[in-house]
Design a protein. Structure first.
Length: 203
């Protein structure tokens, strides 16, 4: 059962017409811990806020982190619908497999997202072309310096109302195609949504 602690200071959602992508987040977040020998435990929804991490936390040094992204939409009938939730739950674990992150019960992933969207449902925008973006993430949390898979992890979900990713909407966008710089190679992490894969694209 998911424990729910609601915020004492709810924020006002922004107007639909002002929404950009990934700039605003809701009042709450979902958290789930993993400890070796105990497994995944303590599912809960808490007020959105910063984490405290040890400077030697291994995710900061060895990049053992994955994430996914999906959306919830409000239909013209007012109902909120999640897009391909089961597929995204499977993809979280598929990415985790490449980084030696223990599998999370897909039903828990689905329930974590449903529960958080329900708690923050007033944040789901109404205007066509907008949605509630959902970001499930797993980070390694063990404190050590040395290369091996972590013995502890944090799975968390944050959500926020968004407009189009590109300001131009569905119009063509400019891209750079290059053979010199490579983000994913055969035998590498290209099939996983890892923090490192995206970092490799920045340069």
């Amino acid at each position: 059962e998911i424990a729910i602690t609601r915020t004492a200071n709810p924020k006002t959602p922004p107007a639909d017409d002002t929404l950009a992508f990934g700039k605003v987040f809701t009042d709450h977040m979902f958290l789930l811990n993993y400890d070796e020998g105990k497994g995944w435990h303590s599912p809960r929804i808490e007020p959105y806020g910063p984490f405290t991490l040890d400077p030697a936390c291994c995710v900061l040094h060895y990049g053992q982190a994955i994430f996914d992204g999906l959306k919830a939409f409000r239909g013209v009938d007012g109902q909120i619908r999640l897009f391909r939730l089961a597929d995204h739950a499977r993809r979280v674990n598929r990415s985790g497999h490449f980084l030696c992150i223990p599998e999370i019960d897909p039903a828990m992933i689905e329930e974590s997202i449903r529960a958080l969207v329900e708690v923050d449902q007033r944040w789901v925008p109404h205007k066509a072309g907008t949605s509630l973006y959902i970001r499930p993430t797993v980070i390694a949390t063990e404190t050590f310096l040395g290369v091996h898979p972590s013995h502890s992890y944090l799975y968390y979900v944050i959500v926020g109302p968004v407009g189009a990713y590109y300001k131009e909407g569905m119009n063509p966008v400019r891209i750079l195609a290059t053979e010199k710089y490579v983000r994913a190679v055969q035998g590498g992490m290209g099939a996983a949504k890892t923090a490192g894969n995206y970092a490799a694209s920045l340069f």
